[in-house]
Design a protein around this ligand. Structure first.
Ligand code: PAF
Length: 280
């Protein structure tokens, strides 16, 4: 496995792979890798000749400086995991390398970003869109891999790929969970033991909500039940719970066709912001 911090060097290596007609899979990450990321690496290895994992804590997608500063950075451990998983190239640029010129382009994803993460994290999807587009233009992957835990991000990236006609396939993978249901996330490392014990209640709330919706209960009533449930656990501060169309991300008041409805939730637990969703 080779680790690059230089865009020019990575491009040169990948150009050589492409000239041998090898297909390239890209797994964009911000590091602090866990089994969720590893499932994406595995999927990329199965479908492509070469797998690139990018590790870059993208400053322009953080609307909260404290979150940026505290974001776990574990490059050595990440590289060891990637090597073991059979990843071919790691791209871990510095912020100066990635943004030698500060981007002035501003991306507007319209209705996709007026709700949930977009509403609570102004500018977040602009930052995600810019870095992801840069990564696509650096790596020129045939396929890119994203987890469904960041469901709205996935919708935004699909739109970016469509609108800018990137010639690549977006592949999504289901959220990987701990045994107690907590969605794997790099931010989980920042949970203290008490918070870690409480965190799975988010998934519990989502699974109960899903059952109620499938049993025909009204969307507004179910959202209220989730809000009331989370309010019983004082350590949580709920940001939102929404029932949305899985592709448009717009709130719905009835279930969509099978596989097209998502319940999404975001809450602060101490200093850590957690998100999760269930698609059904
Ligand atoms: O999901 C993430 O880890 C990040 O948002 C991404 C897609 C790597 C862009 O920085």
């Amino acid at each position: 496995m080779q680790v690059f911090s230089s865009i020019t060097e990575l491009r040169a290596y990948l150009a050589a792979q492409r000239s041998e007609k090898k297909t390239i899979g890209l797994v964009p990450t911000m590091g602090a890798l866990h089994e969720g990321h590893m499932s994406l690496i595995e999927a990329s290895r199965e479908a492509n000749d070469v797998t690139v994992c990018s590790i870059f804590v993208n400053p322009i997608q953080f609307n909260n400086q404290d979150d940026l500063v505290r974001y776990p950075r574990t490059l050595e451990q990440d590289c060891a995991l990637l090597e073991e998983a059979g990843c071919d190239f790691v791209f871990a640029p510095s912020a100066d390398e990635m943004y030698s010129t500060a981007p002035s382009l501003v991306l507007d994803f319209g209705a996709l970003e007026t709700v949930m993460e977009g509403a609570f994290r102004p500018g977040h999807f602009n930052g995600v869109g810019i870095v992801v587009a840069r990564l696509f233009n650096i790596v020129h992957p045939d396929r890119v891999y994203f987890g469904q835990k960041d469901l709205q991000q996935l919708a935004v990236i699909r739109r970016l790929v469509e609108d800018l006609a990137f010639q690549l396939e977006v592949v999504s993978h289901p959220t990987v969970r701990e045994e107690d249901g907590l969605a794997m996330s790099s931010r989980n490392r920042r949970l203290g033991p008490e918070e870690r014990a409480i965190a799975p209640h988010l998934y519990k709330a989502l699974t109960e909500a899903k059952e109620r919706l499938l049993n025909g209960e009204r969307v507004d009533d179910v959202k209220q039940i989730v809000e009331d449930y989370i309010a019983t656990i004082p350590a949580f501060s709920l940001e939102y719970v929404e029932v949305v169309d899985m592709y448009t991300m717009q709130p719905v008041d009835e279930l969509q066709s099978e596989g097209n409805t998502a319940i999404c939730i975001a809450a602060h637990l101490g200093a850590v912001r957690l998100i999760d969703n269930i698609v059904f």
